[in-house]
Design a protein around this ligand. Structure first.
Ligand code: HEC
Ligand code: HEC
Ligand code: HEC
Ligand code: HEC
Ligand code: HEC
Ligand code: HEC
Length: 452
């Protein structure tokens, strides 16, 4: 029985150790979070390409993405060839002719044009008569610059996703855990004292009873064990501390659990077609805008219609993976559109693909994509995580009110060179001058301001 308190003391040591490990682990993980933010800053300055075509690469980027990005990437073959180094491969004059009307150039018998056409199984690249010479020079300047920048851009993107991964939830949990360990530690120290006092009490009682004990020593040892429990149960302080410890433990678990009800982080339903963002947005570098153009213009990001898939999947059938047969997943697109790949004709028996919605705010909350994507310039990945690495999309952020509010407290508004704020400032100036300002000037004609 006298060993009881030393048992407790021996318990203290591993607990103290666990506490120290937990605390140093927290320090370590906070230290880690701070590190990548700095290192990504160095990668942003890239050398501009010397000797490229005369054109505005920034203007070219937008033109490239909307006209060419579906079929071309800079450093990878998509539907058409990779375009890096194209300015060295062909003359500027040839490129202008090709882009304006590749079929015309092929028909004229140009050797290079026929060769590349044959190489790509006579897949016709659309003509772009609407592009001016200046537009084409801008696109070619962008291709030149992006070709030179590519390796560095890749490392910068790596840094950015690492920084985006840090969310508030984990530090909250860690602090909670440390608190639980500390409280357990305190309770044990207090208990230890209580037991010490109890022991002293028992020792004096034993001394009084010593005379009777001699014969029944073994039996008494047996009884003693229960007596300790009984004595402890009678001790109000002890019972109080046990109940308190239980309450704190259960309470903190309950608290964490309640915070997480209705939070769908990690939700990853099975979709009707095995569509992979990793393959399309990652490997093939198709821009998000190609499929979710609504995110820039309206409240909803929108899921693309199957016609957008058909821009590529009319030709891309992944037959090499299925012994010359059309991929069963791509066949699902054809079936839904009632498309016959043999005759290349569409029938009337169409039915929509029922994509399972992943992100879904309750109706009482209003969230507008264009306000965040176009006005604030926030990257999709900041809220949706590394989509371009996801084989199947899952919900990355908690989408709680706390999540919205925290970001609004932290993020500075970018009003310089921002068309949205130019309008607001102009309206503000007009009001100051006493001129008439209508609600329309403040965006009251935008569909998304009134409609879900
Ligand atoms: C619908 C898909 C598609 C679109 C859109 C497209 N291309 Fe192409 N492009 C191709 C294909 C396929 C080829 C390979 C030649 C062929 O089969 O006609 C090609 C070839 C090229 C070539 C020749 C490459 C070489 O190595 O000789 C250039 C240059 C080119 N495209 C530039 C552009 C530009 C610039 C745009 C945007 C204004 C664009 N393409 C839009 C599909 C496309
Ligand atoms: C080739 C077309 C295509 C491209 C490119 C594409 N997506 Fe998607 N996206 C889809 C389709 C189809 C779905 C619905 C099926 C699914 O959830 O996988 C979807 C679903 C999503 C969802 C989940 C929607 C929901 O139900 O809540 C998010 C978020 C998303 N995409 C973000 C992105 C981002 C960010 C990019 C760019 C990095 C991107 N997508 C590029 C076609 C595309
Ligand atoms: C810009 C061109 C492009 C667009 C647009 C596009 N895809 Fe693809 N898709 C590809 C390429 C390239 C592959 C790889 C084919 C291969 O592996 O040979 C592919 C592969 C796939 C596969 C895998 C096939 C398999 O069995 O391996 C599926 C499924 C698919 N796409 C569905 C879709 C859907 C659904 C959409 C529309 C939301 C879409 N794709 C839009 C280019 C595109
Ligand atoms: C500020 C955070 C944030 C950013 C930035 C953001 N999204 Fe979203 N996204 C959300 C939220 C919140 C929802 C759920 C909206 C709802 O349920 O009304 C959502 C829903 C979606 C959906 C499901 C369909 C829909 O329209 O509701 C798609 C697809 C999507 N986002 C794509 C994108 C793409 C692509 C980008 C980048 C251009 C992007 N998002 C940028 C927060 C964001
Ligand atoms: C990644 C940071 C971020 C997240 C997460 C975020 N927002 Fe925002 N939000 C912003 C920024 C920055 C602005 C200011 C944009 C501007 O300049 O108008 C903004 C603006 C808004 C506005 C317009 C405010 C006004 O008066 O013009 C609304 C409404 C809004 N957000 C709703 C939401 C909701 C709802 C959520 C959560 C579902 C959310 N936001 C999540 C960054 C964020
Ligand atoms: C100032 C607010 C406001 C703006 C801006 C606005 N709408 Fe509406 N819209 C309404 C209201 C209110 C109704 C319902 C009217 C009714 O039921 O009689 C409506 C009804 C509609 C309907 C009919 C819906 C139905 O089921 O009957 C369509 C379609 C529509 N709007 C489209 C648009 C489009 C597209 C835009 C942007 C170009 C737009 N609206 C801009 C307020 C607005």
């Amino acid at each position: 029985m006298r060993n009881f308190s030393s048992h407790f003391r021996s318990l203290l040591k591993p607990l103290a150790l666990a506490g120290i490990i937990a605390i140093s682990a927290v320090n370590f993980s906070f230290g880690q979070e701070a590190a990548p933010a700095d290192s990504s800053a160095t990668a942003s300055t890239a050398p501009s390409a010397g000797g490229g075509p005369a054109g505005d690469a920034a203007a070219g980027e937008a033109l490239f993405k909307s006209n060419c990005g579906a079929c071309h990437a800079i450093d990878k073959r998509v539907l058409g060839p990779a375009l890096a180094g194209i300015n060295q491969k062909q003359s500027n004059e040839w490129l202008h002719k090709w882009i304006k009307n590749s079929q015309g150039l092929i028909a004229s018998g140009d050797k290079d044009a026929v060769a590349i056409f044959e190489e790509f199984n006579k897949m016709a690249m659309p003509a772009f008569p609407q592009l001016s010479d200046a537009d084409i020079d801008n696109i070619l300047a962008y291709v030149e610059e992006a070709g030179a920048k590519k390796p560095e851009a890749a490392t910068a993107a790596g840094g950015a996703t690492a920084a985006a991964e840090d969310t508030g939830v984990s530090s909250f949990m860690i602090i909670g855990l440390v608190a639980v360990v500390l409280i357990a530690f305190l309770v044990i120290v207090v208990l230890n004292r209580v037991i010490g006092t109890l022991e002293r009490l028992l020792v004096t009682k034993e001394a009084e009873q010593n005379v009777y004990v001699e014969d029944e020593e073994a039996e008494a040892e047996e009884k003693d064990r229960f007596r300790v429990v009984k004595q402890l149960a009678k001790n109000k302080k002890f019972v109080f501390f046990v109940v308190l410890a239980l309450l704190i433990t259960l309470g903190s678990f309950g608290y964490m659990d309640m915070w997480n009800t209705g939070v769908q982080t990690g939700y990853q339903p099975v979709q009707p077609i095995k569509f992979s963002h990793q393959l399309h947005a990652g490997t093939n570098q198709i821009d998000c805008q190609y499929c979710h153009s609504g995110a820039w213009k309206s409240k909803n990001a929108t899921i693309p219609s199957l016609n957008i898939c058909m821009n590529c999947h009319k030709y891309v059938q992944a037959t090499d993976k299925y012994n010359g047969e059309i991929s069963p997943e791509i066949q699902k697109i054809y079936t839904a559109l009632d498309y016959n790949p043999e005759t290349q004709k569409y029938g009337n028996n169409t039915r929509p693909i029922e994509w399972v919605r992943i992100h879904n705010l309750p109706d009482l909350a209003y969230f507008n994509h264009s306000q965040h994507v176009s006005v604030a310039g926030i990257e999709c990945q900041k809220c949706h995580g590394p989509i371009q690495e996801m084989e199947e999309v899952y919900q990355y952020s908690p989408l709680t009110m706390k999540w919205c509010i925290n970001c609004h407290k932290e993020t500075e508004v970018n009003s310089k060179g921002n068309a949205y704020y130019d309008k607001v400032i102009a309206a503000h100036d007009s009001i100051k001058k006493g001129e008439k300002v209508t609600a329309a000037v403040l965006g009251g004609l935008e569909c998304g301001k009134c409609h879900y």
